[in-house]
Design a protein around this ligand. Structure first.
Ligand SMILES: *Cc1c(COP(=O)(O)O)cnc(C)c1O
Length: 401
């Protein structure tokens, strides 16, 4: 994003914000406060899984809002039971813990993994192997797990217990496993890291390695989950299952909601009193989460995500042929796609925004496309037309320099 002058405010300066704000959303479109319409292919960074103002989500939230918003987790919450059962039925998991965000879901995944070994008589096993380029959120443990200097700097000693290895380096993973290793934590496709996918055979290798050493395989599917890659979860492409998995973003469709899923065995240590949250699993969040699943689990929904994703990927490949000077490669799966850029990715995103198309930058000089899973073919075509214009202008501008 280009850095226009943004008005002063009382907010923390933690975000390099674009000087653009929105009044409302309709499906894959956002309407700015100045009335301009934008085609939203960033989706609040993979959060607006069903686009904006989806009638089923709106109705579910309104109905719940008129009944009951919040009760403490010391009481039975029917919406939690129901969403947990549905997530368990659709996945490897037997147990679910609800939180409010991705970082909290990761915290729960880390704690679950450490407790598993603790209650199984191996309290010395607390370390997780993680991968260079990873992003797991912004809590102290999550930035330690992600291992990125720019997020760790100035915040004191990193939380201990994370051993980072180069992306896709099998020997390094094996070498990192020691008597204190509890598990391996990985995003099947790195999102913030630049839509870098772990090939299916690498995930199968990690699964086998965990089994061999008695470790837990912990997946971060916060960005890749809930249909984003054309399967309910990205690990399904590799034909493996994890022991523990963090999800968030798309499951809330815009309402803050995260969850940690685990097998019965992996969740064994998380007994009464070991973990908790005030807001997590709030009735409003449960109403929306269940409504998101209603739509995503419909027959044919994921098939349509795969088809639309393929169409978008093919059209983007055409742009790489046409604008090889500014973009070089298309990456990703389903509706989680990345364009590896030659021009600075921030300039590509800014040029697209000038054409009324919202994309989001990622690491490795990539721009991401994370449209609503409900995006239509006409909108895909329109997005590619706009991106074509943006890249054309960028190429001209670069040639003039
Ligand atoms: C967004 C994200 C997180 C952090 O989620 P928050 O809701 O921002 O805490 C963690 N891991 C991955 C892969 C993400 O994409």
């Amino acid at each position: 994003m280009s850095k226009e002058a943004v008005p002063e405010s009382a907010l923390y300066s933690t975000y390099a914000r674009a000087d653009l704000s929105f009044d409302r959303g309709e499906g894959s479109w956002l309407v700015a406060t100045d009335g301009r319409r934008y085609l939203d292919f960033m989706g609040g960074i993979a959060v607006n899984s069903l686009g904006h103002a989806h009638p089923h989500l709106v109705a579910a939230l309104k109905a719940q809002a008129e009944k009951l918003w919040h009760v403490s987790n010391i009481f039975e919450i029917e919406g939690q039971r129901r969403l947990a059962e549905r997530l368990a039925a659709a996945t490897f998991a037997d147990r679910v813990f609800f939180a409010n965000s991705g970082a909290e879901a990761i915290e729960c995944a880390i704690k679950t993994t450490r407790r598993f070994h603790y209650v199984n008589g191996r309290p010395e096993r607390y370390r997780l192997v993680t991968f260079e380029g990873a992003f797991h959120g912004r809590t102290l443990a999550a930035i330690a797990a992600g291992g990125q200097k720019k997020y760790l700097e100035g915040f004191g000693p990193p939380v201990p217990g994370f051993d980072q290895v180069p992306f896709g380096d099998r020997e390094a993973v094996e070498a990192a496993i020691g008597p204190e290793t509890a598990g391996i934590l990985i995003e099947p496709i790195q999102g913030e890291g630049g839509i870098r996918a772990f090939p299916p055979e690498e995930l199968r290798f990690l699964r086998a390695l965990c089994d061999e050493h008695g470790l837990l395989l912990v997946l971060d599917e916060i960005q890749t989950g809930i249909g984003r890659t054309g399967r309910l979860f990205a690990h399904e492409w590799a034909g493996i299952t994890p022991d523990v998995m963090a999800i968030a973003k798309g499951i809330g469709g815009g309402f803050p909601l995260g969850a940690c899923l685990a097998t019965e065995a992996a969740a064994a240590g998380m007994s009464a009193g070991t973990h908790g949250t005030t807001f997590g699993g709030n009735l409003l969040a449960m109403a929306v989460g269940n409504a998101v699943l209603d739509v995503v689990l419909e027959d044919g929904f994921l098939e349509r995500v795969r088809q639309t994703g393929l169409l978008l990927k093919q059209k983007l490949a055409g742009l790489v042929d046409a604008h090889g000077g500014v973009v070089e490669e298309i990456r990703g799966e389903g509706l989680m796609l990345g364009i590896k850029c030659r021009a600075p990715n921030a300039e590509v995103a800014a040029a697209a925004r000038e054409e009324g198309l919202l994309l989001v930058a990622a690491g490795d000089n990539v721009v991401r496309l994370l449209p609503a899973l409900t995006v239509g073919e006409a909108e895909v075509t329109e997005a590619v037309v706009r991106l074509d214009r943006a890249l054309g202008r960028l190429a001209k501008r670069e040639a003039a320099e």
